[in-house]
Design a protein around this ligand. Structure first.
Ligand code: GCB
Length: 596
């Protein structure tokens, strides 16, 4: 996905007035359509299929009202029945708590259409399948719950009032990504921002900025989208670095390379230096900020800007920090990353799917390294070409969206997938897909444990294709006593860095007891103390991201009075209270150093 920032003062102001949204004077031409949207719950997909299960031509695609008392219209979008967009539907209404199926949304908006402009509708994400209709006409569909998509509106958008209808369905299916079985509540709905983007006829569609692997040059690749292909000139600059260049567009693309100026500072965890970049093409201006860093591995080391680093991390689900439901805003991201900072983290594993853009942007700003992942989780249908194409698409959309974020250093292709030939073939295809889009970051996956007596042998064949081996292990929770962990030896058969991508234990905040009593904070402390004490002995260990920052909703966790549909492995409760193990991990991170 592209980030387009333009400054068209008059139009922005005009549209803003009509829509009643506030924009700054020199804003991007992005108009928020967030707000309360009327909706219809449609458990049998009746608005889409007829009684013979064939797609209807007269579905709920429009905001139809009876024109006379005789008219039969059996649905209504009503202002008295609304859902907040963005937001998942499960956490907004008690009657939708466990709902999986279809919801239809409607949104009216008005514009003054201009002939020299192009209009796009952009969704940050909607889970899982989305069909979009404007003024009764279908714009298109999207599959996958965690990546952005957009449609050009063309003739479908009209001067004055427009009516948008959006179908969202989150049914589970064995062929989908994720599949039917997950240990998280797969909230349905339009879960991220919806915006109308107004662009000039010819505009800058995509920019990619990279620091070369040897750190000596900055490479810029740019793509324009123009109705009549022309070889115009694009003006590129990094104003703070005194770099500028005018480049002629060829086949809608331009490429330029600058020597990395000596005075320029790298982006780093302690000093997240970001520099402004602008590109001007005809009436369009693109602006964003970029950080320059290198990331690579050498034997068992992870090198950030050429220096070995330990990844002191925590896993995070995209759950709002202080309320139920999906997180989606910059404010949510601020709290989550602040908690991670308080823990002493320099790295977060954003599990198990791409999180919203705010958190990744913020990670750039505060110097937090990111592991980003797609929902290839547990028991995906490894045999299906359709599933593979879907996973590839979600991967490509994730990378396209975040390819310019210095904070993102790892693309993860899977979580805890059982060994086998079909799975290996599938994941190798995904690794090849990553390399098609990005060769500047590291590739990993969270692999499963494989005990051999007292030994934990790390030898999943997939490891040959990864840069970093991720390993999930739950010693002391799903097997063994916490205090016996010292008797396990971890043997990494790869000459590659190891990250313990998960370990953890469940505890209900405020539940106290003995250290061998499950669900108490003391038990969780016991697990953490033994884990950190023993894991740091593994020679190739270069990071960990225990499971998990905050208690999160899961349909697999029904235990009354304890879980109540929360996975309780959080270091912070669902109300934001810190459990005792939080401080164990914090103290460990404050003292953990790379031993050479
Ligand atoms: C895992 C999964 C994670 C679960 C966790 C658990 O290994 O990767 O999604 O939530 O275990 O709590 O069991």
């Amino acid at each position: 996905m592209k980030i387009l920032k333009v400054c068209f003062l008059y139009q922005v102001l005009f549209i803003s007035i009509i829509l009643g949204v506030s924009t700054s004077l020199c804003a991007q031409q992005k108009i928020s359509l967030n707000g309360n949207w009327p909706f219809i719950t449609d458990p049998f997909d009746n608005g889409y299929f007829n009684y013979r299960l064939q797609p209807r031509s007269d579905g709920y695609f429009e905001d139809k009202k009876p024109s006379s008392p005789r008219d039969l219209i059996e649905y209504e979008f009503s202002d008295k029945h609304t859902l907040m967009v963005p937001g998942d539907w499960n956490s907004q209404r008690d009657d939708l708590f466990f709902y999986e199926g279809t919801v239809w949304y409607k949104k009216d908006f008005s514009i003054k259409k201009e002939v020299n402009k192009r209009y796009f509708l952009r969704f940050g994400a909607a889970n899982y399948k989305t069909r979009v209709y404007l003024n009764g006409n279908k714009l298109g569909e999207h599959e996958g719950g965690f990546t952005p998509f957009e449609f050009e509106l063309g003739e479908n958008i009209q001067n004055g009032k427009n009516t948008l209808v959006v179908y969202v369905n989150n049914d589970r299916h064995p062929d989908f990504v994720p599949t039917v079985n997950t240990d998280w509540w797969n909230y349905g709905g339009i879960t991220r921002d919806v915006e109308l983007w107004v662009r000039p006829k010819n505009f800058i569609e995509d920019v990619r900025v990279n620091l070369s692997k040897n750190g000596k040059s900055i490479q810029v690749e740019l793509k324009v989208n123009q109705l009549e292909g022309k070889n115009g000139i694009v003006k590129i600059s990094f104003p703070e670095l005194g770099l500028k260049e005018e480049v002629t567009i060829q086949d809608n693309r331009a490429k330029v390379s600058f020597n990395f100026p000596k005075k320029t500072k790298r982006w780093d965890i302690n000093e997240p230096n970001l520099y402004t970049f602008t590109a001007k093409y005809e009436s369009d201006t693109y602006t964003d900020t970029f950080g320059f860093r290198t990331i690579e591995t050498q034997h068992t080391d992870i090198l950030l800007n050429g220096k070995s680093i330990l990844l002191k991390g925590i896993s995070i689900h995209e759950e709002a920090p202080l309320r139920d439901g999906r997180a989606w805003s910059r404010d949510d991201a601020k709290i989550l990353l602040q908690w991670a900072k308080n823990l002493g983290c320099n790295y977060v594993r954003l599990a198990h799917y791409p999180h919203n853009e705010h958190i990744v942007k913020l990670a750039d700003e505060i110097g937090m390294l990111v592991w980003s992942e797609i929902p290839v989780y547990w028991t995906i249908n490894w045999e299906s070409e359709v599933t593979l194409a879907n996973a590839k698409n979600q991967l490509a959309e994730m990378i396209e969206r975040d390819k310019n974020r210095a904070s993102v250093i790892i693309w993860s292709v899977a979580n805890e997938t059982p060994r086998g030939d079909a799975r290996l073939h599938f994941l190798k295809e995904l690794i090849a897909e990553v390399k098609k889009h990005d060769t500047t970051r590291l590739i990993s996956a969270a692999t499963e444990i494989h005990y051999d007596g007292k030994k934990q042998i790390i030898d999943d064949t997939l490891g040959h294709y990864l840069d970093i081996i991720g390993l999930n292990e739950y010693f002391g929770w799903y097997g063994g006593k916490p205090e016996d962990m010292h008797s396990i030896s971890f043997i990494n058969t790869f000459d590659k860095p190891l990250i313990i991508s998960e370990f953890g234990a469940g505890a209900l905040f405020g539940n106290h007891g003995k250290k061998d009593q499950r669900w108490t904070e003391e038990y969780q402390v016991n697990v953490y103390e033994n884990q950190v004490k023993n894991l740091q002995k593994i020679p190739s260990l270069r990071g960990m991201s225990p499971w998990i920052l905050k208690d999160f909703r899961s349909p697999r966790r029904p235990l009354y009075g304890i879980q109540d549909w929360y996975n309780r492995k959080g270091l912070v409760s669902e109300r934001g209270e810190k459990k005792a193990a939080f401080f164990i991990l914090r103290d460990f991170y404050n003292s953990w150093e790379l031993k050479k």
